[in-house]
Ligand binder design. Sequence first.
Ligand SMILES: [Zn+2]
Length: 311
Amino acid sequence: MSGFNQIPGIYHRPLGEMLVTTVCDGYMAYDTFDIFRDPDHAKLRHFLEAETRVAPPVVSINTFLVRYGSRNVLIDCGSGDIMGPTCGRVPGLLDQMGIAPEAITDVALTHIHPDHSNGLTDPVTGAKLFPNATVHVHQAEIAHWFDDGEKAKATERQKRVYFDAGRTQITPYLKDAANLFDRECEILPGITALPSPGHTPGHTCYVLRSGVEVMIVWGDTVHVPEVQLGDPGVGMIFDTDTPRAAESRRRILQKCVDEDLLVGGMHIHFPGFARIRKGYKGAFRFVQEQWFHADNHGHRPDAWQPPGKTS
Ligand SMILES: [Zn+2]
């Protein structure tokens, strides 16, 4: 047995009248614990190995396509060409699903970081990759990533992949195809933006409601569930403000417990759906949702008919 290709990173999960599809952009494999802002590497290793995970971690990059009515909403849009050969798969997977870039009506960004927003624009030509989409993003993201004073404080790499690339990606949409919000608000019917600042200044979760079902797409609230649910205080070097990110993480995790929310996460292991339960002494537990077989409720996909039924 030589090489193989994994099955396509596409997974459907109905949510009331919505169809939520995880589209996996790829993954990052880290060779260091220095991605965490925590010097206690023995603790980090313990959390991962106790859950039989790879240590240092391998992290999935997911986007979520939400289809309902006449809308095709992408929550984050993949990394384009900036994250190397293990990433950048969203355009190919959308194509495989028969969804043209022109059919995407909205892109809701959890924040402007290359693994989430670098699929918006062709960096060479400056052309929109989703020509008919409105981009929804927190106003504080624009303020921060366009701030030359903030940029001057950044490392050379951060200047290039966060500030420069971020500006290149969002600029074509800002003129006439952007919805900038600055507080909790409904951005589209059934989709509410819930700011959760810290990881970045305008980091935002999106709450989806349809029928009796509620789901939160929590962006980068958690990068490595085994570690950050075990100790929600552990930050990442990618955080703009680590203490504030931890505060938002605790608040969102508690909300997920209190409201029994279905969670979709950009960095939860594919296919990226889970619920959160209370753990021991301030910890939380991560319960991956079981695979959704397409006939679980007998009405998805739409053309599905019970075996033997002829009409
Ligand atoms: Zn991320």
